[in-house]
Every structure is written in C-alpha cells, then in structure tokens.
Ligand binder design. Structure first.
Ligand code: SF4
Length: 465
C-alpha cells in the first residue's frame, strides 16, 4: 500500500497521479491523505512502465474543479476515474453520464459551483482604512464557504473591486488584492477579537507590513501567511475582530426567523416563478433575494442588500436603492443618508432597531467616475423587476405603517405617477398598510438648501410614529 500526501491541492495531486499512473499503481493500492502520519516508511514506487498516458482535457478540467471540494475522498475518486480512463480500457468513460463514479464527481462539481455562487453573493467588505502612500481604500472580509473555493473566486472579486485594496479570509484559503496582483494564501482561524479602535490600528500596521508590494516576498508570504505568521504578531487579533464581525454579518444575512407561512394572493409574486415557494420559507426567501438576477443591476453591484429589522415590525421604511456604503457592507441605510435617517428617526422617537428597513430596488446602480461610484436612479424597468420583492416583504411583515422615502419608493409601491412634491404626507392605501406616509429621501436633505426641509421631514416621521 502506498500513502500519498496531498497538502497543496490540484497541481500536487496531478503530479503524484502522473507518477502513479506511469508506475501502473492501481487505485486500490493507494491511500490518499492530507498530511503525513506517524509511520511514513513507504514502499518505493515500482519503476515507470512506458510513457505517461494522455488524459482527456475534459477530465482535467473536471478534476481541477473537484479538487476544491471539501471531501478528502475526492483524490481517491479522481484517481480511480483517471485509472479507468487510462489503464482500465474505458477511454469513453466520460460520455457515460450514468456511471456511478462520474455521477459522484458531477455532484461534487455542482456543490462547488453552488458554493461559488453563494460566495459571490454573500461576501461583504468592511472598510478598515486607507493606504497612506497610494490613497487606496482598504477593505477586509471574512467568509466561510462549504468548500475550498477561494482560488476559484479570487478572480471574480479582483474584477469587481479593482479600485480598492482588499483581503478575503476563509478557513481554507485567503486572497489579497493590492491593485496589481491577487495573492493567494492559506486559510485562517477565528479567534477572540479586540475592540474596534485597536483593531483598525493593528490592521493598518499589519497591512503595511504584509501587503505592501514593495516590502514583501510573495513566496515567503504565501508560505508563512497567515497561520504561522499571524500567531506571532499582535496584528493577528485585529484580523480576527474583522473576521468575527464579517461572520456575524454573513450569519445575520442567512438568519432564519421561523414564522407561519402566509397565503399569497399578489399577482406580482407569480411573475417570479419560484418566489411563491420562497415566500413560504424565510431562509429560502432571503437566499432567493440574495441570488436574484431579475434585472441587470446585480451584475455590477457587490451583492443584494437584504432588508434589516424584525419581521413583525410595526413600521416599515422603504428607501430607493442601496448606496455605495450599503453595497459594500451589505446593510441598508449605513451611508451618509442612512446616518441622517438615524438622527431623524431618533428625534421622532422611533427606535431604528424596531423598524424594518428595506429598499424598492435591492442592488446598487451606479456609474464609475475615476475611483468613485456615482449613484444613478433605477429605471422604470428595474423598479418593476424588483417590485415583487418589496411587495412580498409587505405581505410578510404586514406593518402598521409604511414610510416611503423618495420618489422611487413611492412610485414603486404607491403609484408610478406619484409626485413627491405634490402628494407627500399621509396616503390612503389600506391595501398596503393601515397608514402609509410618503416623504423625501434623506439623501435629498443632504443636497437641499431649501429652508424648512429638515423640519418637514421630521414632521413626516412624527406623523408616521
Ligand atoms: S435590483 Fe432587484 S430585480 Fe434587479 S437583480 Fe437586484 S434584486 Fe433582482
């Protein structure tokens, strides 16, 4: 029996498999392990017998993906299929979709693809500072995929967030982008976290010492970072705090609040095929929303900004769409307009934590201007595409009061011809909620210098309260 240790993924497996194939070692004589055991006296491989057999490209592609599956059985299964293809006289095995070994590989590939999709949708960055030399903003994120997919997803995040420095940490791999190249590293573990201020300071010094391209040796960093390196650095705790916060965010996004399913009778919901089924299961509902592709806005945004707040809230606030900060953090109303809203809600005696906060359009629409991402109004088509989500939220939460902020929200749920300047205030729409109050968006207050606008906004919120 030969024990083969695979610690570094596909390339290492491929190299080992090539030697084993050339020496004609059959699958049943190999034990595939992740790390060396106590007894490492292995019998030498038999001498090579002839040329290394050629392998179909299609299999290599499949094997490259499956190599990122979490199951340790993947190496043995891949070698078994490889053996059958090359020495088993089954050259056309890959065409036999019903073959049990191929079915298992196909399931593994599917699980990985699903995991990649979720990672694209759920990773959220937290801003931790700016590089003093380059002025580039620095972000960090923690994510726990089911499989070892960091190398398969790094390219997506590089393309999507090319203008900022970022690092993504997972238990099985990490990736960092500094505007020039993506560096992959090993996974990290969660640890107890320090306080916020400490965290930011430590992160900055960590970032400077590790990620500044002028000061690092890539290979050394990949070999050392982060497990061996971090545990000897005070900065390590900094990362863990960010990690912990990121995890909480992901958890809250996936949070499930069990509540009875409601019967749906809204024609809008039926337009999105599986939304009715999703509505009956809160977790599925949020996951479906997170993966929505019902209009093109998802393509450039970081991800769906999911609603926040109790599902039995008495007040529902519906904004227009997420802004830059909301898009990056994955939380509604956390940017400048959100902070202003917080201030006025507090002044009106409304506790933000008791309010269900959502948007008429769930993805950030913007155009790039240099490093900036400038807000753009959603089109009528985009509002319509997203309307089933917000209508189904109203059906789920059944608030006593709905507050719409800005023209888009009012047009989306009250009336496409709604004019905020003329119709603002209490609106008679008992089919939506017992009370509906339409008012301006707080971002309007940030831009407006018309006297009395803030007082009018506060009065609208007090009316809602
Ligand atoms: S904006 Fe709305 S409809 Fe469009 S992709 Fe996002 S969630 Fe779906």
């Amino acid at each position: 029996m030969h024990t083969v240790i695979i610690e570094n993924g596909f390339d290492e497996w491929r190299e080992q498999a090539r030697k084993l194939l050339t020496s004609r070692v059959p699958p049943e004589e190999i034990l595939w392990e992740r790390e060396a055991g106590l007894f490492s006296d292995e019998p030498p491989l038999p001498p090579a017998q002839g040329e290394t057999p050629t392998v179909p490209k299609e299999f290599l592609k499949l094997a490259h993906t499956v190599a990122h599956h979490a199951s340790p059985s993947k190496w043995a299964l891949l070698y078994l299929v490889l053996w059958r293809l090359t020495h088993g006289g089954e050259r056309h095995l890959l065409k036999m979709a019903s073959d049990l070994d191929l079915v298992k590989l196909a399931e593994m590939r599917k699980a990985i693809q699903r995991d990649i999709h979720k990672m694209h949708a759920f990773v959220r960055f937290q801003k931790v500072g700016e590089d003093a030399e380059t002025g580039r903003e620095q972000f960090v994120s923690w994510f726990e995929p089911d499989h070892e997919i960091m190398p398969l997803t790094a390219g997506f995040f590089r393309k999507r967030f090319t203008g900022m420095d970022w690092s993504i940490f997972t238990p099985t791999g990490s990736a960092s982008w500094d505007g020039k190249e993506v560096r992959l590293g090993p996974g990290v573990e969660r640890m107890d976290a320090p306080g916020d201020d400490e965290l930011e300071n430590l992160w900055r010094s960590y970032y400077k010492s590790i990620f500044n391209p002028a000061r690092i040796k890539v290979k050394a960093m990949q070999a050392e970072m982060p497990k061996k390196y971090w545990k000897n650095l005070p900065e390590a705790d900094l990362i863990e705090e960010l990690i912990a916060e990121g995890k909480d965010r992901v958890s809250s996004m996936m949070e499930v609040e069990e509540r009875p399913a409601r019967l749906l009778n809204n024609a809008y919901l039926n337009r999105l095929g599986d939304l009715t089924a999703a509505q009956e299961n809160p977790q599925t509902f949020r996951e479906q929303m997170a993966c929505c592709r019902n209009c093109p806005l998802w393509e450039n945004a970081t991800g769906t900004v999911l609603p926040e707040g109790p599902e039995n809230a008495r007040i529902m606030v519906i904004g227009e769409q997420p802004g830059d900060q909301e898009d990056l953090t994955g939380r509604p109303f956390v940017g400048p307009a959100g902070k202003l809203l917080d201030r006025f809600l507090a002044q009106a005696g409304i506790d933000r934590k008791q309010v269900y906060l959502t948007n008429a359009v769930k993805h950030f629409k913007f155009k790039r201007q240099g490093k900036l991402r400038l807000h753009q109004n959603p089109s009528v088509g985009e509002m319509k595409a997203c309307r089933p989500w917000v209508m189904s939220e109203i059906l789920r939460v059944q608030p006593k009061v709905i507050i719409t902020l800005g023209a888009t929200a009012a047009k989306s749920i009250i009336d496409p011809a709604f004019k905020i300047t003329q119709q603002r205030g209490l609106i008679d729409r008992p089919d939506l909620a017992p009370k509906v109050v339409a008012t301006v968006h707080p971002s309007y207050l940030l831009r407006s210098d018309i006297p009395g606008e803030e007082e009018r906004f506060l009065a609208d919120l007090m009316l809602a309260r």
